[in-house]
Design a protein around this ligand. Structure first.
Ligand SMILES: *[C@@H]1O[C@H](CO)[C@@H](O)[C@H](O)[C@H]1NC(C)=O
Ligand SMILES: *[C@@H]1O[C@H](CO)[C@@H](O)[C@H](O)[C@H]1NC(C)=O
Ligand SMILES: *[C@@H]1O[C@H](CO)[C@@H](O)[C@H](O)[C@H]1NC(C)=O
Length: 311
C-alpha cells in the first residue's frame, strides 16, 4: 500500500494552508517507511504466550492470527465471528445494544458458563469489558475475540467459564472503526490499518461517560444498569507514546469514589496480576503514564489516572 504525503517543508505547509499544493510537492511513502521512522519496537520474549493463545487451524481463527498480527478484524469480520460463535456455542449470546444512524449495531457478547443470559438468572459474578472506543487502538478488539473463543472452546478454561459471566462490547465506536485507513495511526506500531478516533459526528466517546450525549456510551452504560457488574474495564492501546511496559492499566487512583475499591486494586489485584503477567508471560507491566510535555520527554511523566466519571 502506497501513501502520498506532502513533503514537510515550510513551503509545503504554506501551500497546504492556502489549500493549493501541486503534485510535485508530494512524495510516495509506504506504511513500513513510516514505521521505520519510529524508535525500534521493543522485542517481547513471548515464547510461551503465543503458543498459549493463538489458534491457527480453526474456522474461528481471527484475521489478526491469520495475518501474524499484521491486520485488525474489520467490523464485518467481528460481526460474523460472534454470530458464528453464538450459533456454535451454548455459552454465547449476541445482542445489539444500539442501532446507529446508518443501521450498524453496537454488539454486546454475553458469555455465560451457567447458560444464563438474563441478569436476574445469573449467579456467578459479572465481568464487563469494552473495546474499540478509540478505533486506532484495536488490541482489545482482537484479544477479546481470541479470549472468548478460547474461553468457550478450550478445556483449560472450563474453570474460568464456570466461575464468571463475561460481557464484552467488541467495538464501541462502530462508525470510527469502519473508517479503517493505513494512515490513521502512523505514529505507532500496530496493525496495518486503524480506524478513526472520533465517532460518526466527531465525538470522542471516551469523554462522554458523564454527559451521555452519544447513543454508543448510553448503550454501554445501560449494560451496567441492566446487569449486576462486579468489574468493568475499557481496553485501549497506546496513542503513540512509546515506553517500555507493554501492558499498562489505569484506574481512578485514590480520587475514585471508594477507598475500599482503591485499596483492593492496589493490594490485591495489582500485585497478583503483575506477578502473573511478568513471571508467566514475560510481559513488562506498569501503570499507564503520559508525558508532562509531549514535545519534551525530558520534562518527565505522570501516571495517567482517569479523571472522575468523564472517562
Ligand atoms: C525468554 O524467556 C525464557 C523463559 O522465561 C528464558 O528462559 C529466556 O532466557 C528468555 N530469553 C531472553 C532473550 O530474554
Ligand atoms: C495488511 O496486511 C495483510 C496481511 O499481511 C495484507 O494482506 C493487506 O494487504 C495489508 N493491508 C494494507 C492496507 O496494507
Ligand atoms: C456520535 O455523537 C453524536 C453527538 O452526541 C451523536 O449525535 C451521534 O448519534 C453519535 N453517533 C454517530 C454514529 O454519529
Amino acid at each position: 500500500m502506497k501513501l502520498f504525503y506532502p513533503r514537510l517543508t515550510l513551503a509545503t505547509l504554506t501551500l497546504l494552508q492556502s489549500n493549493s499544493f501541486a503534485c510535485e510537492d508530494l512524495i510516495e511513502i509506504s506504511q513500513s517507511d513510516l514505521q521505520a521512522l519510529l524508535p525500534p519496537s521493543p522485542i517481547w520474549n513471548d515464547t510461551k504466550s503465543v503458543r498459549d493463545f493463538v489458534v491457527l487451524d480453526s474456522d474461528l481463527t481471527t484475521p489478526a492470527e491469520f495475518s501474524n498480527f499484521q491486520e485488525t478484524a474489520t467490523y464485518e469480520q467481528v460481526t460474523d465471528f460472534f454470530i458464528h460463535l453464538a450459533e456454535d456455542s451454548p455459552y454465547v449470546q449476541l445482542s445489539s445494544i444500539a442501532k446507529l444512524a446508518n443501521g450498524e449495531d453496537v454488539w454486546l457478547v454475553i458469555v455465560s458458563g451457567e447458560e444464563q443470559f438474563d441478569s436476574k438468572d445469573m449467579v456467578n459474578p459479572v465481568v464487563y469489558a469494552t473495546a474499540g472506543i478509540h478505533p486506532g487502538e484495536s488490541s482489545g478488539v482482537n484479544a477479546g475475540m481470541m479470549f472468548i473463543r478460547n474461553l468457550v472452546t478450550k478445556e483449560e478454561y472450563k474453570s474460568i467459564l464456570g466461575s464468571i459471566n463475561f460481557l464484552f462490547v467488541p467495538i464501541m465506536n462502530v462508525q470510527g472503526y469502519l473508517r479503517q485507513s493505513p494512515s490513521s495511526r502512523i505514529n505507532q506500531y500496530g496493525p496495518n490499518t486503524s480506524g478513526r478516533r472520533a465517532n460518526g459526528s466527531w465525538k470522542n466517546l471516551n469523554r462522554d461517560f458523564a454527559k451521555l450525549d452519544t447513543p454508543e456510551v448510553r448503550a454501554v452504560v445501560g449494560v451496567m444498569r441492566d446487569f449486576d457488574v462486579s468489574f468493568y474495564t475499557d481496553m485501549h492501546s497506546t496513542d503513540g507514546m512509546n515506553y517500555q511496559p507493554d501492558v499498562t492499566w489505569c484506574d481512578n487512583g485514590d480520587a475514585g469514589l471508594s477507598n475500599e475499591i482503591y485499596a483492593w486494586l492496589r493490594t490485591e489485584m495489582q500485585p497478583e496480576l503483575q506477578t502473573f503477567l511478568e513471571e508467566e508471560y514475560n510481559h513488562i507491566t506498569g501503570v499507564c503514564y503520559d508525558a508532562n510535555d509531549p514535545m519534551d520527554p525530558t520534562a518527565g511523566y505522570y501516571p495517567y489516572f482517569s479523571d472522575g466519571a468523564t472517562y
